[in-house]
Design a binder for this molecule. Structure first.
Ligand code: GLN
Length: 476
């Protein structure tokens, strides 16, 4: 049984199609693995019964000769993505008992592709954080070293995949929440181009930045899941109806150009991470790609810009949690004001409150121009710089994060330290571009180092090809 869970998604899919193993057996093995790894806190909710039912249906379909990209394969879904009849908490006390009446677009897609959803992955409350320590339920532990953070906010999604509690998972990425936990656990994570994957049914954090994407143990598996979930959806007004496959599939690096922007390699960059990235760059060069130097002049503005824009949007999005419409209501309230005040005080965690306060501040009269408006202008500049840099190459390469996974609790009380960790990932969301994180080595403690590839809009294929070539030949 143990070996089953360690197979890749591609391998298990093949075994299922060839009827070497049944989906019921595979799902049972994964559910057993989830139990064994309970300590890791990867799941908020495990849906064993629904999963077994889906597995039986998959086995029946396979017996009838049917096929679908994920038929019978157990996967995990981040707990801010709505699942009909299955509690969707966003790891918040506010939504502790919230059971959505509908499936998110991506969940419908997963189900249509035959996937078996085994559970809802743990995360930072409302996806705000970089360590998953802000879950209102339990801390998530790193899959490589459980004394360390798994990254966040999709920490559960990354750990579930890395510790064999699912073959792949969905996460969401507003400022790095797929890529950074992928890097911290040594798996692959793809943040698609803004609008390539529908946000319909994703509980909103910052609507102009949020994107759903896959995490998996290898590039091919990540590609499979991405192909299942992408696509136009009339239910998301920002969903792109044009060509989503502007990139291409390739296995040779000849004629490919990879851009290195100097701002992504500051002098203060951790030496081990720099060395791992330099090695990866050399691999690409040695194998036929041209390395071009480039620049993102507005890089320095991105972090501040992100925390202003994302908090402003969060403030607005989270105003719906008022103790009335849905979610929980504080007890013993006598007036409307009291319902708002007590419910929001009691059921939001500290980080969420911090973002709401920051968002209200940057939007308040007298400060709006100085913060929100300026950040919006900076956004235009950042986007332009990326467009310029990417006009001369196929992709940009840089670290996913400035550190590897650190000890649990080490950021306690230091919000800024955690925010600084997002420095390489947030510019990508601001520019709305696709980016992927793939492992490119380990530090002295054996912790994985992530390399980030940033692409042109709707060129996910290019990123996946570049990452796959590296995965096959560039790692020791
Ligand atoms: N760490 C970032 C934040 O806390 C990104 C979160 C995300 O991508 N959801 O806002």
């Amino acid at each position: 049984m143990k070996d089953i869970v360690k197979k890749s998604l591609g391998e298990i899919k093949k075994d299922l199609a060839e009827r070497k193993v049944s989906s019921v057996e595979v799902t049972e093995a994964v559910l057993e693995s989830i139990k064994e790894h309970e300590d890791y806190g990867a799941y908020v909710t495990v849906c064993a019964e629904a999963a077994m039912e889906a597995a039986r249906a998959a086995d029946k379909a396979i017996a009838e000769g049917k096929d679908a990209p994920l038929l019978g394969v157990p996967v995990a879904v981040k707990d801010n993505i709505c699942t009909e009849g299955v509690r969707t908490t966003c790891a918040s006390k506010f939504l502790e008992n919230y059971i959505p009446p509908y499936d998110a677009f991506v969940v419908k897609k997963l189900k249509a592709a035959g996937a078996v959803i085994v559970g809802k992955a743990n995360m930072d409350e409302f996806a705000m954080g970089s360590t998953s320590e802000f879950s209102a339920y339990k801390v998530v532990k790193n899959a490589v070293d459980p004394t360390r953070v798994p990254g966040g906010s999709s920490g559960g999604s990354a750990v579930a995949v890395a510790s064999y509690q699912a073959y792949a998972s969905l996460g969401s990425d507003t400022g790095g929440s797929i890529r950074q936990p992928a890097a911290f656990n040594g798996v692959v994570g793809l943040k698609p181009t803004y609008s390539a994957v529908s946000r319909n049914g994703l509980v909103a954090f910052a609507s102009s930045l949020d994107q759903i994407g896959p995490l998996a143990r290898n590039v091919a598996d990540c590609r499979t899941v991405y192909y299942v979930i992408k696509g136009h959806d009339a239910g998301d007004s920002t969903s792109y109806a044009g060509d989503l496959d502007k990139g291409d599939d390739f296995t040779s690096l000849k004629g490919r150009k990879i851009g290195v922007a100097k701002e992504f390699f500051p002098t203060a960059l951790n030496a081990t991470i720099r060395a791992a990235l330099e090695k990866a760059i050399k691999f690409y060069e040695d194998n036929g790609a041209e390395i071009v130097e480039t620049s993102i002049g507005s890089f320095d503005m991105a972090l501040a810009c992100y925390y202003i824009l994302s908090s402003a949007e969060a403030t607005s999005n989270l105003s719906r949690y008022d103790g009335i419409k849905y979610g929980r209501r504080a007890e013993g309230c006598k007036t409307l004001d009291e319902i708002y005040y007590k419910s929001r005080t009691e059921f939001f965690g500290a980080e969420v409150k911090r973002r709401i306060m920051l968002g209200n501040f940057v939007l308040s009269s007298g400060y709006y121009d100085a913060f929100y408006l300026r950040a919006s202008k900076a956004r235009t500049l950042i986007k332009k710089d990326f467009d310029n840099a990417l006009s001369g190459c196929d992709a940009l390469i840089c670290p996913t994060a400035p550190t590897t996974a650190y000890k649990l609790g080490s950021n306690a009380g230091d919000t800024t330290a955690a925010y600084l960790g997002d420095v390489f990932t947030v510019p990508v969301n601001i520019a709305g571009l696709p980016a992927l994180s793939v492992n490119c080595g380990y530090d002295g403690d054996g912790m994985p180092i992530g390399m980030q590839l940033i692409g042109k809009p709707y060129c996910e294929k290019t990123l996946l090809s570049l990452a796959e070539i590296f995965e096959k030949g560039g790692r020791e």
